[in-house]
Design a binder for this molecule. Structure first.
Ligand code: 6PG
Length: 246
């Protein structure tokens, strides 16, 4: 099951996404003294990260208790224009007071499998999950690609069927590149998952993912079903233009 919130436009979507992030963060900090969030890459979150770092909202987060991770990364150095870390730095991290110890970057500059294993060790050190359990994020932010991918879980790729690992190197043939990505099992262990989908360009894929047949190998976003947590789709009206039930 999931909740769907439809907003008039991208700005209203961003404002309400920030509202949700702050609420989840403050609830986690109150309960556990810290908040773990995995950021999404791509362009949709830009406005959300900028808003969160802006004067209207940044004071509503206790950044000393916030730990920032990434749900996926490209296999590039952190200074590369393709880097999801760079995106978050330019829009958020460079504009808030947060310790470098709280920034848990995927080292995309390493060999893909080394980067994945290194990140799994970082997650193990931070979360210290019990044996055989997945780390439990407070919040994972996700985007939706026009081909139905989310994080770097692309159609017809091996990561879709990974049942034990937390983070894997995933070869994406159509991009002719490797990506580092959370696995479905790690994402689905989260307490909260928020999809961010904006624009007419996403209307067809959103219809297929939410209303179409269950075809996860073709539509990997359909693999995202939290075991115990909450799944929230934050979308704008343009993205829902092909949905039948809304
Ligand atoms: C990435 C993202 C990816 C993204 C979707 C949507 O590394 O690119 O993690 O999953 O969220 O491709 O991207 P847009 O927001 O740019 O449409």
């Amino acid at each position: 099951m999931y909740s769907l919130e439809i907003y008039h436009d991208a700005i209203s979507l961003a404002t309400n996404a920030v509202r949700h992030i702050i609420a989840i963060a403050n609830q986690a900090i109150k309960a556990d003294g810290k908040f773990s969030i995995a950021l999404a890459g791509g362009s949709t979150p830009r406005g959300i990260y900028r808003l969160l770092a802006g004067d209207d909202y940044k004071g509503q987060m206790d950044w000393e208790r916030v730990h920032i991770f990434w749900g996926d990364e490209r296999t590039v150095p952190p200074s590369h224009t393709e880097s999801n870390y760079l995106l978050a730095s330019q829009t958020l991290l460079d504009h808030i007071l947060i310790s470098s110890n709280n920034i848990h970057r995927i080292k995309g500059e390493l060999k893909p499998e080394t980067a994945a294993e290194t990140y799994e060790r970082e997650l193990a050190h931070f979360f210290r999950p019990s044996k055989g359990a997945f780390p439990k994020f407070d919040l994972v932010l996700l985007g939706l690609g026009e081909d139905g991918h989310t994080a770097s879980l692309f159609p017809d790729t091996t990561a879709l069927n990974e049942g034990n690992r937390w983070v894997v190197a995933n070869h994406v043939e159509k991009l002719d590149s490797w990506r580092i990505t959370f696995t479905p099992g790690l994402i689905n262990t989260s307490s909260n998952i928020i999809f961010l989908v904006s624009g007419e360009i996403k209307s067809e894929i959103l219809h297929f993912v939410l209303e179409g047949d269950f075809r996860p190998n073709l539509l990997p976003a359909q693999l995202i079903k939290p075991l115990q947590g909450k799944l929230l789709w934050l979308v704008d009206q343009a993205a829902t233009s092909k949905m039948k039930t809304k």
